[in-house]
Design a protein around this ligand. Structure first.
Ligand code: SF4
Length: 429
């Protein structure tokens, strides 16, 4: 049997392991960590996210989520008003009252997150202490945790990292002495099911996903836990899991055929499963993915792409677009570079690529306009001005909302980049 894409267990040596990374500091154009609530509340189905913030925070959440919500929302905002800001009201008493009213009304809430914001940080409201106090009041019916989604010095995907890191101390201790696998990072249910099926078919005895779909089924953790990151923005969560004895498995991220295969191979190696077994299990899905990609390659091959730093998905996406679809990378910006988690990804980037950590948006816009790439991946705030200049854009946030991991999604992922180019070509014609 010959695999569609060669299996390999170590990063290619031909890439740019000695890559130079430029660091840039200046004005940034990113959403804040509250944005993570949009996909987290859909994943953990008995959780509620209570933002302790301002009307601005409420507007952000409502407008970002509004078009996607068709059931009773499992997020809301406790508005900090002028009286709280002026110290005329006891914010803790107000918060206790809001939480009690909410839980009396909504018996379906088993896990409540108090989500900090810029305003709650400004008035130094200690939400971790409030969460402890409220947990005592409402346990066992509802557990209360807290994390910060504040926009100061964060990017929007860090909201998920902060949320998962806050959950790690709540994970039960493992009771088994057998090694088991945990997949870490929010994935669409359909993707989770596909990856779980492959991992179990390969011979991994037990696979858990974190975050779970339900707060009552938290996965156990301990020194027999091996974990794979499904998302590249989970540095704090990984550190928290390691502090509980879990061991991170270094891999590419599961985007595209190569990424998914190497990600599965990392699990196989850790559990003593042969590459031949991975080959057998994945051959069908790899062939389907290769077929799906070929349709998009015709449009994307040799086109240039420029990434503004936004989601921390930029480097794995750049690797996928370059290696599997033949795109030329002009500049790859990332808000934060975790060199260890990204080691395999960096080794697979081509020589000479410009990699920038952080952002100085004016300078980056100048470089982008000079390079005049075929496609720019950027935040919502930059997309319209760039489109007005005739540059084709892709919203980075869409790549976080859309199921893109695994073999069956490889074609859809490529389509997210080929469609804007296709549309532009039709408009021009
Ligand atoms: S947390 Fe800060 S950045 Fe985010 S919406 Fe609220 S005020 Fe704005």
């Amino acid at each position: 049997m010959s695999p569609v894409i060669p299996l390999r267990s170590v990063p290619a040596q031909s890439g740019c392991a000695d890559l130079e990374v430029r660091t840039e500091r200046g004005q940034r154009e990113v959403f804040c960590g509250l944005t993570g609530i949009i996909w987290l509340h859909r994943k953990i189905q008995d959780a509620f996210f209570l933002v302790v913030g301002s009307r601005t925070c409420a507007h952000l959440i409502q407008s970002a989520a509004g078009v996607m919500i068709f059931a009773e929302p499992r997020f809301g905002t406790a508005i900090i008003d002028e009286r709280d800001l002026a110290g005329l009201a006891d914010a803790n008493e107000e918060l206790d009252r809001v939480v009690s009213e909410l839980l009396a009304r909504r018996s379906d809430i088993k896990l409540l997150f108090l989500v900090g914001s810029c305003p709650s940080e400004v008035i130094k409201l200690d939400l971790s202490r409030a969460a402890l106090r409220l947990s005592k009041m409402h346990t066992p019916r509802t557990r209360v945790l807290s994390y910060s989604g504040s926009g100061i010095e964060t990017t929007f995907t860090q909201g998920e990292d902060a949320c998962l890191a806050a959950m790690v101390p709540e994970l039960p201790a493992e009771t088994t002495t057998d090694a088991h696998l945990m997949v870490v990072g929010t994935l669409a249910d359909v993707v989770e099911d596909q990856l779980k099926k492959l991992l179990l078919a390969m011979g991994i005895p037990r696979v858990d996903f974190f975050p779970p779909r339900n707060s009552t089924s938290m996965p156990a953790v301990g020194k027999n836990t091996r974990f794979l990151l499904a998302q590249p923005f989970l540095a704090d969560t990984a550190r928290a899991l390691e502090s509980r004895g879990a061991q991170h498995l270094q891999a590419l991220f599961p985007l595209g055929i190569e990424g998914t295969t190497q990600w599965l191979m990392a699990a196989a190696q850790a559990f003593g499963i042969s590459p031949q077994r991975v080959d057998e299990v994945t051959q069908g899905p790899r062939q389907r993915a290769a077929q799906a990609l070929s349709r998009h390659r015709a449009l994307l091959q040799d086109r240039s792409v420029f990434f503004f730093p936004d989601s921390q998905l930029e480097i794995p996406l750049a690797r996928f677009l370059h290696r599997e679809l033949g795109m030329q990378l002009t500049e790859v910006g990332t808000p934060y570079l975790h060199r260890q988690h990204m080691a395999d990804e960096l080794a697979d980037l081509p020589q000479g690529v410009t990699l920038v950590e952080g952002q100085h948006v004016e300078n980056q816009l100048d470089r982008c306009l000079t390079l005049n790439p075929d496609l720019v991946v950027c935040g919502l705030g930059l997309a319209n001005p760039l489109e007005a200049q005739g540059i084709t854009t892709k919203w980075a946030i869409e790549l976080v909302f859309t199921p893109i991991q695994g073999y069956e999604q490889a074609g859809d992922l490529a389509g997210l980049f080929s469609r804007p180019l296709d549309r532009r070509m039709k408009l021009v014609a």
